[in-house]
Design a protein around this ligand. Structure first.
Ligand code: ADP
Length: 191
């Protein structure tokens, strides 16, 4: 399966992504993880992007697209993958289209983990209290949600027009949410 996962900060996207990949036997390709790994290993790419990540900015599309193209060209991603954190811009959507079309491949679905804002704020405020992350105030949390909605709305629109968006209710126990995702993926038309 060739999948994209979208979900707001605090929705449990990382956990669900790992579970989907484990059960479907596909690689979890997170651009954030790739960048952080390169920063840790102090590679040329890491040195190039460390300032950008620190400042909370976007890595330029040319760099990000190339990283994803290289990763998707690897053997383990030939028959399926789950993209997490990519695409994030309309230009990235187009780059991914071109890449997949070149291989004669198509996306199967764009999973959209849905959690309403009030639930996320409640969750994250509680997490901030128990972990002592005092910078995670309600205002900061709401601002991150707003940015997420703003950045994902155009992507959801594009993929909705292609009937690829599969909304999944992300409120509940981790296992319940995993079960919903599984059911939704099992119900997809097979290509
Ligand atoms: P978040 O902390 O926003 O949940 P991620 O782990 O997905 O983040 O990404 C961490 C950082 O890596 C982002 O803030 C951004 O600087 C960079 N990044 C990740 N994915 C992309 C992308 N698709 N395009 C541009 N920059 C990206």
């Amino acid at each position: 399966m060739r999948l994209i996962i979208l979900g707001p900060p605090g929705a449990g996207k990382g956990t669900q992504a790992e579970r989907i990949c484990g059960s479907r036997g596909i690689p979890h390709i997170s651009t954030g993880d790739i960048f952080r790994d390169n920063i840790r290993r102090e590679t040329p790419l890491g040195k190039q992007v460390t300032g950008i990540l620190d400042a909370g900015g976007y890595v330029p599309d040319e760099i990000t697209n190339q990283i994803v193209a290289d990763r998707l060209a690897q053997d383990d991603a030939r028959d399926g993958f789950l993209l997490d954190g990519y695409p994030r811009t309309v230009a990235q959507v187009e780059a991914l289209d071109t890449l997949l079309a070149g291989w004669g491949h198509a996306l199967d679905a764009v999973l959209e983990l849905q959690v309403d804002e009030q639930e996320l704020v409640t969750r994250l405020v509680k997490r901030a209290e128990t972990s002592g992350r005092t910078d995670d105030t309600e205002d900061v949390i709401r601002e991150r949600q707003r940015i997420y909605r703003e950045e994902t709305a155009p992507l959801v629109r594009i993929y909705s027009e292609r009937h690829l968006v599969v909304p999944v209710d992300g409120v509940g126990e981790l296992d319940e949410v995993s079960e919903r995702i599984s059911t939704a993926l099992d119900g997809l038309p097979t290509a």
